[in-house]
Ligand binder design. Structure first.
Ligand code: SF4
Length: 412
């Protein structure tokens, strides 16, 4: 009897291990392409997903070109930030919405001085236990991390008293030196050694992707040929996607923010065409992507305690600390949803007064993504996107009105 039970247990264990390995072996390209808001079908458009981003990590060993991240966040404020995240995630539960991503940043997950202390925090663990659909996402230069460091951090994450076995972790890896990413074999092996570890040595479900930041491209003039090489190398050799995460709102002043935004839009216009558009994931470029229903919140240390800010979907999640409308410090989650609705309505009203936007088919999507607050924050009275690029992702103008008009026979 004991032998049969042991045998059954062994078979179940092997089967589970095989299943785990199978799910781990899935292509990161496919996983990452459908892991964002675009994974929700249009019929689920009322299912708001929520992203909470905590700025709690301090210190970083890397001197990435053009990095605007504050590396000296006061760890003394961490517990208050984490407690605020818990208040908000409790609100997500109350309102029946879905916590999709819990971002732990802003510095490198593997060289910040306090990553383990944040992961060992019981409130952080409680949040991740209560929201079984949520993933931890983190900026991570795992290309440069030592295997010892990776193992140290995974010893915490893989402790099942602390985190769910099957929890998803997503690493967002900024592309550093393009030449190295493309042509250095030693570098390639160092990245793939970690990827193998994610696949075979941890039960966690891992996602990872490269990200291009504004600092990578603005001023450095990555041309179309290099851009295509980056995408091809990523998809066919590293086995994952390239995402766009310009992060220009982190720049220290409005002039640099504007310069980076326009530089970024120029860059997209130069490198994206109909042949490569689908290779790069730009959630918000799709007019019908559910990112219009996304609620993103960032909690940062302020002078008198943490402050909370509604994110704008300007290419990617961006926050503008100086914009009072987006400052939702002290509000309950329900009040934050009301604030967001007011700002969407305000944006729709404003769109008719901005000449670029008045007849633009993206106006409602831009309002829903709080783009008009970005216009206000950056003092730009016009388009802040590259409409030619958006057109690549929306080849047909299927707006409801045109559809309805067609049905009514008003247009053929
Ligand atoms: S910001 Fe640009 S894309 Fe958005 S509504 Fe205005 S003109 Fe259209």
């Amino acid at each position: 009897m004991l032998i049969i039970v042991t045998l059954v247990a062994t078979v179940v264990a092997i089967h589970r291990e095989e299943e785990d390995n199978m799910s781990m072996q899935k292509s990161y390209c496919k996983q990452m392409r459908y892991s964002g808001p675009e994974s929700l079908a249009p019929s689920d458009a009322t299912k708001f997903d929520v992203l909470i981003q905590m700025e709690v990590l301090a210190g970083c060993n890397h001197g990435c070109l053009g990095c605007f991240v504050d590396k000296n966040i006061d760890p003394a404020m961490n517990q208050m930030i984490i407690d605020r995240a818990k208040e908000l995630t409790d609100g997500i539960k109350r309102t029946g919405l879905n916590l999709r991503e819990f971002v732990i940043g802003p510095t490198d997950f593997f060289t910040a001085t306090n990553t383990e202390s944040v992961l060992n925090n019981s409130v952080v663990q409680e949040i991740m236990r209560e929201h079984t659909g949520a993933r931890i996402a983190a900026p991570a230069k795992f290309d440069l991390a030592t295997m010892d460091k990776v193992k140290e951090i995974f010893a915490v994450l893989d402790d099942e008293d602390k985190y769910r076995r099957e929890m998803i972790i997503e690493f967002i890896m900024p592309i550093g030196r393009v030449e190295q990413m493309l042509n250095d074999d030693e570098y390639f092996n160092s990245v793939m050694e970690k990827v193998e570890f994610f696949k075979n040595n941890t039960p966690k479900q891992m996602d990872w992707s490269w990200t291009l930041q504004a600092s990578n491209v603005v001023g450095k003039k990555i041309d179309k040929e290099t851009y295509n090489k980056i995408v091809q190398k990523s998809v066919h050799e590293y086995g994952t996607i390239v995402e766009m995460n310009p992060a220009f709102a982190r720049a220290p002043n409005q002039i640099i923010q504007r310069k980076n935004l326009f530089g970024w839009n120029d860059f997209l216009g130069r490198v994206i065409d109909k042949d490569n558009a689908q290779e790069t994931v730009m959630s918000m470029a799709n007019l019908y992507c559910n990112s219009i229903n996304f609620v993103g919140l960032t909690i940062v240390p302020g002078e008198n305690g943490p402050t909370t800010h509604l994110n704008v979907m300007l290419h990617e999640q961006a926050f503008f600390l100086g914009n009072k409308n987006l400052d939702v410090t002290g509000l309950t989650f329900e009040e934050i949803l009301e604030r967001k609705n007011e700002l969407v309505t305000k944006g729709i009203n404003k769109s008719s007064k901005v000449s670029d936007c008045a007849d633009c088919k993206f106006a409602v999507a831009c309002a829903s993504r709080l783009i008009f607050e970005a216009q206000e924050s950056l003092n730009i009275d016009g388009c802040v996107m590259n409409k030619d690029v958006l057109d690549q992702y929306n080849p047909t103008d299927w707006t409801w009105n045109d559809d309805a008009m067609e049905k009514l026979g008003a247009i053929s």
